[in-house]
Design a protein around this ligand. Structure first.
Ligand SMILES: *Cc1c(COP(=O)(O)O)cnc(C)c1O
Length: 369
């Protein structure tokens, strides 16, 4: 039996282990924020943003950012139907309604013309999620946002390393969020970050992230409002510092694996992969193949073929509006159809060329080429 190929695996070296050990041994008392501040500084520098607040998750970072925008009961936030629940859940935490729209056929990201058609007097934000590291059409989304006076925000959890016309994903909208969950390109086990160039928004999220205690408040143990508790620990941040020192290498390796897949698969008839339009670079978090409807390849066939080959492949996101807690929006035709004929391929730092070949061979066999 051949060895199992996992769909993802973090890359942790002696560097991360050393920092985490130091944090566990020495990172207490007056040093309990040292790695957190260092991690935030490294991340700001990498992304090219002014402000960053490390959090316990991307979900928490999104929750606080949306809250700081004043989003609440009766408000609407537009996002793509093709998404992970973590992008939509924080909207509902605030009593607001996620409005799910269809995606583009090439990037599988939110379709700008669908966004514009979905705008109502209650729309408070447009949430651009850079799916699988593919880039949203930010120019068009920002133009729509400007036209209607609605902020565009970015969930860049999957898009570290993705660059849109020389601006990094997550640094373009009113604010951005990232995840450092164990499956992501950069990991701290669990973790996330809020980033922005807007000083007022930053100050608000900083207060929210500290149980509502404003920085300017001189009284001890005096919250000025109800906030949240979504902090990253110093030990997680220590691992993050090691990962940040290696970030260019971590991204380069993801891109290298993606290009190995492309070389083997992209020219096959009826098969599409993550696009990388002119002027952009993708971080290639999740190499994905989408089969043309006429190829007659189904998700079930793909899953069965990968299981037989001892390879973990991930199903493409189901449309969120199809989940029991939301209202079905079957008019989002692509979002409802894509998961039936697509699959995410394994990609991780230490994956070998032979592993990539093995994965590609499964797809070729299905297509009889
Ligand atoms: C992973 C992911 C999240 C959730 O991140 P957590 O850190 O687990 O909260 C949110 N949005 C997107 C797009 C993700 O891929």
């Amino acid at each position: 039996m051949t060895s199992r190929i996992h769909y993802t695996k973090p890359s942790i070296t002696e560097l991360e282990v050393g920092y985490a050990t130091d944090a566990a041994r020495n990172g207490w008392g007056e040093h309990c924020y040292d790695y957190i501040h260092r991690f935030e500084a490294l991340f700001r520098e990498h992304l090219g943003v002014k402000y960053a607040i490390a959090t316990s998750s991307c979900t928490g970072a999104l929750h606080m950012g949306l809250s700081a925008l004043g989003i609440g009961s009766g408000d609407e936030v537009i996002l793509a139907d093709t998404n992970w629940i973590a992008s939509a859940a924080p909207i509902t935490y605030l009593g607001a309604t996620p409005v799910f729209v269809d995606v583009l056929s090439d990037s599988w990201c939110i379709a700008p013309e669908r966004v514009e058609a979905a705008i109502t007097p209650s729309t408070r934000a447009i949430l651009a999620v850079h799916l699988y590291g593919n880039l949203c059409d930010m120019d068009r989304l920002l133009a729509i946002g400007e036209k209607y006076g609605i902020p565009v925000i970015e969930d860049a959890a999957e898009a570290i390393g993705s660059v849109y016309h020389s601006q990094r994903a997550g640094s373009i909208g009113k604010f951005g969020t990232f995840s450092f969950h164990g499956t992501k390109t950069l990991t701290t086990g669990e973790g996330g970050i809020f980033v922005s160039n807007d000083v007022e928004l930053y100050e608000q999220v900083l207060t929210l992230s500290n149980h509502g205690r404003a920085r300017s408040q001189v009284k001890q143990f005096w919250p000025d409002k109800i906030g949240y508790k979504y902090k990253m620990s110093n030990i997680q941040a220590a691992i993050g510092c090691g990962q940040m020192e290696r970030i260019e290498d971590l991204i380069a390796r993801k891109r290298e694996i993606f290009y190995q897949y492309r070389e083997l698969l992209a020219d096959l008839p009826g098969l599409a992969m993550n696009p990388e339009p002119e002027g952009t670079t993708i971080g290639a978090w999740m190499p994905t193949v989408v089969f043309a409807p006429e190829s007659d390849i189904s998700r079930e066939m793909l899953q069965a073929a990968f299981v037989a080959a001892n390879i973990d492949a991930r199903v493409f996101f189901y449309p969120l509006s199809g989940l029991p807690m939301f209202t079905p929006r079957q008019e989002n035709r692509l979002a409802w159809d894509l998961p039936n004929r697509a699959i995410n391929l394994p990609s991780y730092h230490d994956m070998s060329r032979a592993d990539v070949n093995r994965v590609a061979a499964v797809i070729k066999a299905l297509l009889h080429v």
